[in-house]
Ligand binder design. Sequence first.
Ligand code: AKG
Ligand code: FE2
Length: 216
Amino acid sequence: MDEPLFGAPPVTVAPGAVHVPGWLDAPTQRSLLGHCRDWARGPAGTRHHTMPRGGRMSVSMTSLGWFWRPYSYSDRLPDGTAVQPFPDMLGELADRALTATLGRPSTGEEPPYDIALINFYDAHARMGMHQDRDEHADMPVVSLSLGDTCVFRFGNTETRTRPYTDVQLRSGDLFVFGGPARMAYHGVPRTFPDTAPSWLDLRGRLNITLRALGSP
Ligand SMILES: O=C(O)CCC(=O)C(=O)O
Ligand SMILES: [Fe+2]
């Protein structure tokens, strides 16, 4: 249960949605975790965003490239400082992820990956069913998981409810959703505390999504 399945084949969860268990090897997971800690210490810090109706999101979030808060992106933090840049390394990772799942990197013609949203889940955090619809480009969303295992609920494009598929995302897993799945509702109904690999110094779960903003 604790060791990721390195080298497992991709699993198509729905047309356009592909899960690759154990895609990131242990050194890469450790290195990404170190970067996430550095990014979280940056000017944007981590925030529990407030939703329009006043609820507070249980995940704490850091943005790179563009600052997200419900429900738009901006190039400045609320206090006017610039958002931390989107690192080239994450653009390269997004390309490798597209190749691993769709069989091709992005073409030079497509909007570039320029947003990373990093969510931290403690044992109680979860994320309700939603669509990722604040980007203007329809490039696939690339999701990387570190730390505790979670249930990732991947649904349909019409409703927040069934039909959906519950997938366990473990440390090192890649999940890409694009094409007909790009606007599917999805969420994280729970995590499994203390399931992070023992060699990763993380209590809780981190999820990094890489996205392309595109132009309006
Ligand atoms: O944590 C996850 O696996 C999903 C995160 C997500 O859906 C989002 O950041 O929009
Ligand atoms: Fe999402």
